[in-house]
Design a protein around this ligand. Structure first.
Ligand SMILES: C[S@@+](CC[C@H](N)C(=O)[O-])C[C@H]1O[C@@H](n2cnc3c(N)ncnc32)[C@H](O)[C@@H]1O
Length: 296
């Protein structure tokens, strides 16, 4: 593993809390990349992130990709599988080791860099794609990490910010009762000695795109687009980060049901979906939203 650390600025982005979760929780080992049909809700989500991003990237040259706050590199796995040179940057050495194991097991390669999104150890204009998936909502200061990602993006390169704000009124709101019932059964059926350590609390902002767009003013970017993403509920007995999966047959069934819902969305809403993709929706409705642009 290659570690190229600069002097770290003050720790932001719930760095310690993430690291603790990555070290203690079995969920850290989940492999969210799969080549064939998806087997669970998270694989379904990453598959759809990827097919949307691939559509946006059509006709653009992509030789290398940086995932900032890469974690297990689930999105990067798709890029790596398509022959793109991937770099994962994360503050957690523990999750970078896990990512390396997952990449090896999947037959992929990448560079694994321990570093901070606030001050990354890369030259200006280095990457064709810079992506942060589930990172920016963990910062109160979004300006520094966004400007830093623009700095390392090459002119003509594409930025993807997949942002999951704290938003109690999105698609999830009608399904929280299901998760409460599942949580009750999971707690009742798990004996005290088998209970996993509690998940650490992670800071999450409620900033929508209206807080992100002003940060781009004066920056060398164009073709700025925002759309809602993930128009489905997450069904889990433990839906907080890191998302816990249900038993395999249930996950398999949910993945099939949700795939069918997406197929229906594509047919019914084809004309009003961003890029015609059923994983997109109104920003307020989705679990997340996408901020994408190219560098001038
Ligand atoms: C919600 S996880 C997302 C991981 C991965 N992108 C994914 O899609 O599964 C956020 C990741 O950002 C990392 N992180 C948090 N603050 C960071 C910072 N200041 N610099 C770099 N990585 C950071 C965490 O360690 C964690 O792995």
């Amino acid at each position: 593993m290659q570690y190229a650390c600069k002097e770290q600025p003050s720790s932001l982005g719930s760095v310690d809390e993430f690291d603790q979760n990555w070290q203690e929780r079995k969920e850290a080992k989940y492999n969210h990349w799969v080549r064939g049909s998806v087997q669970n809700q998270v694989q379904l989500a990453f598959r759809n992130h990827w097919t949307l991003f691939k559509k946006i990237l059509e006709g653009r040259s992509v030789r290398n990709c940086l995932e900032v706050g890469g974690g297990r590199g689930s999105l990067s796995s798709y890029f790596a599988d398509h022959g793109v040179n991937c770099t994962l940057l994360d503050t957690s050495a523990s999750i970078l080791e896990t990512a390396e194991q997952i990449f090896k097991a999947n037959g992929h390669t990448a560079s694994y860099i321990e570093g901070n999104a606030m001050d990354m150890p890369f030259e200006d204009n280095s990457f064709d794609v810079v992506a942060s998936i589930g990172l920016l909502e963990h910062f109160e200061d979004i300006k520094t990490p966004i400007h830093e990602q623009i700095r390392v993006l090459r002119p003509g390169g594409t930025f993807f910010g997949y942002i999951v704000p704290e938003r109690p009124d999105n698609v999830q709101k009608n399904y929280n009762w299901i998760n409460k019932v599942l949580k009750f059964f999971a707690n009742t059926l798990t004996s005290t000695e088998n209970k996993p350590p509690p998940k650490t609390d992670i800071f999450r902002s409620d900033f929508g795109s209206e807080r992100y767009l002003p940060v781009l003013e004066g920056q060398p970017v164009e073709n700025i687009e925002v759309c809602g993403m993930y128009p489905l509920p997450m069904v889990s007995h433990s839906p907080e980060f890191p998302f816990s999966l249900l038993p395999k047959p249930l996950e398999w069934l949910l993945a099939r049901i949700f795939s069918f819902v997406l197929w229906c969305r594509k047919i019914i809403f084809a004309k009003c979906l961003y890029q015609g993709h059923p994983w997109t929706c109104k920003e307020e409705f989705g679990q997340a939203f996408l901020l994408t642009f190219t560098k001038k």
